[in-house]
Design a binder for this molecule. Structure first.
Ligand SMILES: *Cc1c(COP(=O)(O)O)cnc(C)c1O
Length: 441
């Protein structure tokens, strides 16, 4: 069995300087334990030194096929030549000016071509900033205070959104965070994902006070849960009827499920959209945007304050623009779709042969699998998945040279750099990993 001595040593040192040894919780591999004990918290993460295309290397010199892809942004794979060239050229001209630049305008135009609902948009530095700012704006526009979110949807770590927020929270078993004032949490209403009747009931009770419904149009932070037929269009109708805004958090789905995001795929036009991950091409970028008359409330056009020293940073804008240009090239999504489908079908077949029940889900190049025989439609059913079977699968994949997220409540991403040979190697690795999982009870 593989050991990772240098990563282990670095992690021990990191734990003396950084809380939990990491800069973001799910990176710590807490929920999967260690290769010889699947007990949560018994292991350590891998330190990564380098990435190229579909591959990453760890501090012990092991090489992996990467399906985490920095949790979604790297749709072109690591160190894509277009992105590297764009960032290097930009860096030579200075890394930040705190003044308007032409590249912001170009990236904005690209985003608007993909998502015409974003009549105006504002760049920020992360997905968290985007959702947080979109909520402030929605409250200002509607002059209402309540927000409705869905259990298991993650919208970043702003106070009002850290309520049954999936992934990191699900993984670590802290569905709500200390430090979030009760008064703030009380302004967030919750409903089960895919449950329109529940939303309807909440509107019946609180309608005139609800500023916005925020939703991941494909839930990808409690594992991958697809929207049921009519769910998104139902939210559109209900919000419209009650004068609330509909906010699509497309931080994952934007440019991932297709160039036009989930709003194009499902044909539902939100009032506001939040973006992140892919639009930064691997650098820190977020954006929020939507209907002109709403967005024009933002300072300096209007009174709603929101600002950022590094917002629209030229390196990040150039990385995003280089990425989106590549995505628009002919056949990009068709080829990606074909490879993702090959992986998806291969995983299903391998699990079946190993006799381990899974619930798979896929939209474009976003895949998820739950170790359970029950259909997964919301957070409650997602949580019923077997985490020990997943941990066994995870370590077996790693040992076979395949790096997937250390939690089944995270998505698996395929990039344009993954070849058919990469996919087939992954399916072979998964066949072994599923057999390992089948032996765990
Ligand atoms: C990642 C994510 C966020 C938060 O983005 P950060 O850049 O990590 O702050 C928000 N919403 C969704 C759907 C995400 O997946």
């Amino acid at each position: 069995m593989r050991r990772y001595p240098r990563s282990r040593r670095l992690f021990d040192q990191a734990c003396r300087r950084l809380p939990g040894g990491v800069s973001s919780p799910v990176r710590a591999f807490r929920s999967v334990g260690s290769p010889d004990s699947l007990e949560p918290g018994s292991g350590h993460p891998l330190f990564i030194t380098r990435g190229k295309g579909s591959r990453i290397w760890d501090a012990d010199g092991n090489r992996y096929l990467d399906y985490v892809l920095s949790w979604g942004p790297l749709i072109l794979g690591h160190a894509h030549p277009d992105v590297v060239r764009a960032v290097a050229a930009a860096a030579r001209k200075g890394t930040s000016y705190g003044a308007p630049t032409e590249v912001e305008l170009e990236l904005a135009a690209f985003v608007q071509r993909a998502m015409p609902s974003m009549e105006r948009l504002r760049f920020v530095n992360s997905g968290t900033e985007a959702t947080m700012s979109a909520l402030r704006l929605a409250r200002a526009y509607t002059k209402r205070d309540l927000i409705l979110k869905f259990d298991g949807c993650y919208h970043g770590h702003a106070d009002g959104l850290l309520v049954k927020a999936g992934s990191g929270a699900t993984t670590l078993g802290v569905p709500d965070s200390p430090g979030v004032p009760a008064a703030t949490a009380h302004l967030t209403l919750q409903a089960p994902y895919n449950n329109l009747a529940h939303v309807d009931a909440l509107f019946a009770q609180h309608g005139p006070k609800i500023a916005a419904v925020i939703v991941e149009p494909v839930a990808a932070n409690m594992g991958v849960v697809l929207p049921a037929e009519g769910f998104l269009s139902g939210l559109r109708a209900l919000t419209q009827r009650h004068g609330a805004l509909l906010i699509f958090d497309e931080v994952i789905t934007g440019f991932r499920v297709g160039f036009g995001g989930a709003q194009e795929l499902y044909g539902v036009r939100p009032d506001l959209t939040c973006l992140g991950k892919i639009i930064g091409g691997g650098l820190p970028v977020g954006a929020y945007g939507g209907r002109k008359e709403i967005m024009e409330l933002i300072a300096p056009a209007g009174p709603v304050y929101q600002a950022g020293t590094l917002s629209g940073n030229p390196l990040a804008m150039h990385a995003g623009l280089a990425t989106l240009r590549r995505l628009r090239s002919a056949g990009f999504y068709t080829a990606l779709e074909r490879r993702a489908a090959r992986l998806y079908n291969g995983l299903i077949e391998a699990a079946r042969e190993a006799g381990v029940p899974i619930q798979p889900a896929r939209v474009g190049s976003v895949l998820g699998l739950f170790f359970t025989d029950r259909p997964v439609t919301d957070y409650a059913s997602a949580k019923s998945a077997d985490t020990r079977k997943f941990a066994a699968y995870f370590w077996a994949m790693l040992e076979a040279g395949v790096y997937v997220a250390p939690s089944q409540f995270e998505a698996l991403f395929v990039s344009g750099a993954h070849t058919v040979a990469d996919i087939d190697r992954t399916i072979t690795a998964a066949a072994g990993a599923f057999r390992r999982a089948a032996r765990v009870d």
